[in-house]
Design a protein around this ligand. Structure first.
Ligand code: C5J
Length: 235
């Protein structure tokens, strides 16, 4: 786990519906499910009939923010959606749903679909976690459900989450809603999120920032990088 050498300085991040002031010492970068199973051919996403190339656009913005977060000493948390090999944590309703070409647990070109420990479950190489970064394995769409995430955030005194990953309207939105209900300020990095459906991506971001920020704030990687660079200069 990370030692957390984060500088005790604050920044104001340009965001919608309004700028938000944060203290970096109580902020974490939360990267949701940037796994081969969602982004690469032959994984869970493609078995559901999706064009997985739609998600590639989030990799570079996340990579830039991740690099800057590491330089700043920010707490970095990665999540992975997946199930135990015996499927004991996979609700039958989830496994049986729809008409995928392969179901959760079936053997595929990247190992068993959406199963922990299989190659498809790994985070894509460009965003691979470093040894001291936290990786949360989650069986559901939300990162708080049946995981240790809440305890980890409490342990590190986190109050603000910079959230990115895939997909915007499913696991990112579910996690932001869960976090919002638990009192965290969620700042979603719009270009660091992606969906198989561009219109759902747009709507997923719009519903977070609507009504004065009903679930949180939406920004972009350029604004986060600018704020991190200013914080680094101040530190
Ligand atoms: C989905 C996710 N879409 N990570 N998972 O099933 O958004």
């Amino acid at each position: 786990m990370q030692a957390s050498p984060t500088p005790k300085v604050g920044s104001t991040i340009v965001a919608e519906p309004a700028p938000i002031a944060i203290d970096w010492a109580s902020t974490a970068l939360l990267i949701i499910d940037m796994q081969r199973d969602f982004l690469e051919p032959g994984g869970f996403g493609e078995t559901l009939g999706n064009d997985v190339s739609q998600l590639a656009r989030a990799v570079a913005p996340i990579g830039a923010v991740l690099k800057a977060a590491r330089a700043l000493g920010l707490l970095v948390i990665h999540t992975r959606e997946g199930h135990l090999p015996d499927l004991s944590d996979a609700p039958p309703a989830k496994v049986a749903r729809g008409a995928p070409s392969l179901r959760i647990g079936d053997p595929g070109p990247m190992g068993r679909i959406l199963i922990r420990g299989e190659p498809g479950h790994d985070i894509v190489a460009a965003l691979a976690p470093e040894d001291d970064e936290i990786v949360i394995d989650k069986p559901g769409k939300g990162a708080f459900y049946a995981t240790e995430l809440g305890d980890v955030l409490q342990k590190y005194g986190v109050e603000n989450l910079l959230v990115c990953g895939v997909t915007t309207e499913v696991c990112v939105n579910t996690t932001v809603r869960e976090a919002n209900d638990r009192g965290y300020r969620c700042i979603v990095i719009g270009d660091g999120c992606a969906s198989y459906f561009p219109e759902f991506h747009q709507a997923g971001l719009a519903m977070i920032k609507a009504q004065g920020g009903i679930f949180g704030w939406v920004t972009d990687s350029a604004a986060i990088l600018a704020a991190m660079s200013a914080a680094n200069a101040d530190a």
